[in-house]
Design a protein around this ligand. Structure first.
Ligand code: CTP
Length: 416
């Protein structure tokens, strides 16, 4: 072999490819080709429904291995045990809503679902279905359950679907699936030794015992950052306002409600941290007085709320930092770069992630985001619309390179 030609990292890796009954099953053929071309040895396992879309023969010829479709036939060779035992990774692509439900609750009524219960290797799942099914709360619950167990669930892509609908539901592109395989088999551990303190979600500021002021932040970006930092080897503390999200495993989670509680929690872990990322949407104002009883409407004038400003957590941390890298977010509705630049300087940050929350498909509540990262040294990294998980990894890559980009001249800016 030519000394300069490196073998593909997947060379010799054993992949179990599960195919379920979606119209996107035909794309699994091309995925199988790409995996074998990269040098992987692929055993294909098909559900009964998937054989209605593509024949097992197609996969047999292209993988050079017999294809497993039947639990009882497979049972004779114990394939439900031997395939996962030998696999370095299992990929299920496409994964139907039915498959996600079975995997989430642990049903084992065919070879593929039985295999999942016997396997101990990483699992990557690439769903494909109609847009309304993907966004259905039951499906989303199953996705959350699987993710909380460490399953790599790739968000489907937006585009025209078999139903004619244009929505999120298309099988993730082949390159994204291959990237997930590499990320899973060869995790990047460039945050090893780093202690990352992240804030996420909104804060709630009480008006009375039953009412509060808050904002539309879902916490998804902060949680994605926490998960990505942990997967890259960091120790992570996540200070989170109230969200509907399941905290990722392997992370210290500090739940808070108000801006004041968030400030206290961030201050408590600040000295411990080497990197601080304020992804939370902290309330800037809170009611000056909190009514001790529920405000009643009957017979009284409409109450007027007097507000006072909360303290700026980032500016407070910035004033007492030693060597931490400080990263802020700027959620803007206009003059994105100018406002972000002002915040970067005023809060004494190293980096700021500026996002236009009015952009369609991005920002609050969405699974995707688009942003520009600005550094105090004048650099800019535009990040076009992508999943929040991908965005999290891209932000971390900029952070980890930041001290290097300063060429060892990293002197913290302290503001008073
Ligand atoms: N932030 C903070 N403490 C606050 C308010 C905001 O630490 N009391 C942080 C946010 O977590 C974010 C950054 O400061 O990382 C910018 O927040 P943003 O709401 O965009 O800006 P503000 O400073 O609140 O200014 P404005 O609301 O006027 O845009």
């Amino acid at each position: 072999m030519d000394a300069d030609i490196q073998p593909h990292p997947l060379t010799g890796k054993r992949v179990a490819l599960g195919v379920t009954g979606s119209i996107a099953a035909y794309k699994a053929v091309s995925l199988l080709r790409a995996l074998t071309k990269a040098g992987a040895s692929v055993s294909v396992v098909m559900t009964k429904a998937s054989t209605k879309f593509v024949t097992p023969m197609t996969f047999e010829v292209l993988s050079g291995q017999s294809v497993t479709t039947d639990l009882f036939e497979a049972h004779q060779e114990m394939k439900h045990l031997s395939i996962p035992e030998q696999a370095d990774v299992i990929i299920v692509a496409p994964a139907t809503a039915n498959f996600l439900a079975k995997a989430a609750v642990g049903l084992a009524d065919d070879v593929l679902s039985t295999m999942l219960l016997t396997s101990r290797c990483p699992l990557i799942v690439a769903p494909a279905m109609d847009g309304d099914m993907w966004t259905h709360p039951t499906v989303q619950d199953h996705v959350r359950t699987l993710r909380s167990r460490g399953v790599f669930v790739l968000d489907p892509e937006e585009g025209p679907l078999a139903s004619g609908q244009v929505a999120q539901g298309r099988l993730a592109g082949e390159s994204r699936i291959l990237e997930a395989v590499e990320q899973t088999l060869f995790p990047q551990l460039d945050f090893t030794g780093q202690r990352v303190l992240i804030s996420a979600g909104p804060t709630q500021e009480a008006i009375d015992p039953v009412r509060y002021i808050s904002n539309r932040s879902s916490g998804k970006m902060g949680y994605a950052l926490a998960e990505a930092a942990r997967s890259r080897g960091a120790e992570v503390t996540l200070v989170t306002g109230p969200t509907a999200l399941t905290p990722p495993a392997g992370i210290r989670v500090i739940p808070v409600t108000t801006a004041q509680e968030m400030a206290a929690a961030m201050a408590a872990y600040f000295e411990w941290s080497t990197v601080v990322i304020m992804a939370a949407a902290v309330a800037d104002f809170r009611p000056k007085e909190v009514a001790s009883h529920k405000l009643k409407k009957g017979g009284q004038a409409v109450p007027t709320l007097e507000l006072e400003q909360t303290s700026d957590i980032l500016a407070m941390l910035s004033a007492k930092r030693t060597s931490q890298i400080l990263v802020g977010f700027a959620a803007e509705t206009q003059h994105l770069l100018a406002h972000a630049q002002t915040k970067l300087a005023a809060k004494g940050l190293d980096l700021i992630v500026a996002n236009d929350v009015t952009q369609e498909g991005a920002g609050f509540g969405s699974d995707r985001n688009a942003a520009v990262i600005l550094s105090r040294t004048g650099q800019q990294w535009p990040l076009s619309l992508r999943s929040k998980s991908q965005m999290a990894h891209d932000i971390l890559s900029v952070i980890v390179d930041f001290p290097k980009s300063m060429q060892g001249t990293h002197t913290p800016t302290v503001i008073s």
